[in-house]
Write a protein that binds this ligand. Structure first.
Ligand code: NI
Length: 195
């Protein structure tokens, strides 16, 4: 067993994150894809990249933290992604689609209702970081960050993606999106932080 990654008490169990090796396209994306030796990534590093995580209760509709985040950002709508092999007729096809590297013009906030999976994000050196989420975890990926979504070996993930309807643009822009303002602003923010 791996030892615990974080030493900051409460933050310890929200998510685990690690660098992954760039592997062949045909490899199963549900594998953890650890480097050899394993290279874990701290929560502070994720925060430097603009990523935020919260652990919220399973009664998310009434969860105070969720309400606060939604209200402060005006996120009134949500859509559910239920990635279950028996409930989705084109399951494998959809897994391929969500694994395509992309960015958005606004922050993407999602909440894991059931199951588990991986949000992969690019760091400042364009290396992939794999962030494992499970039931009860809410995660914010900042506008302009390149990312993708994958299942893990449990093969089931149900997430809720928040948005504010027409006011927030959650359109997917496949890489390359380097000319998009959101991408430029994101890189500027990283630069200012000294990343
Ligand atoms: Ni996305």
């Amino acid at each position: 067993m791996e030892t615990a990654l974080y030493s900051q008490g409460v933050e310890e169990e929200i998510v685990e994150a690690w660098h992954i090796k760039d592997s062949e396209e045909e490899e199963d994306h549900r594998l953890p894809k650890h480097c050899e030796p394993k290279e874990f990534v701290s929560l502070h590093k994720l925060e430097d990249l603009g990523i935020r995580t919260w652990r919220v209760g399973s009664d998310y509709e009434n969860e105070e933290q969720v309400k606060q985040i939604r209200e402060s950002r005006g996120y009134s709508h949500s859509c559910t992604l239920d990635l279950h092999p028996e409930r989705l007729p084109n399951f494998e096809q959809i897994l391929k689609r969500i694994f395509v590297e992309h960015l958005h013009l606004d922050d993407e906030i999602s909440y894991c209702i059931q199951g588990s999976g991986y949000h992969d994000v690019r760091d400042e050196n364009d290396r992939w970081i794999r962030i494992a989420v499970k039931e009860g975890v809410m995660i914010l990926l900042p506008a302009g960050i390149y990312h993708r979504l994958a299942l893990d070996l449990n093969n089931y993930l149900k997430i809720l993606i928040f948005n504010a309807g027409p006011a927030v643009d959650i359109t997917t822009y496949e890489r390359p999106g380097d000319d998009l303002l959101a991408r430029k602003l994101y890189l500027e923010t990283l630069h200012k932080k000294g990343c």
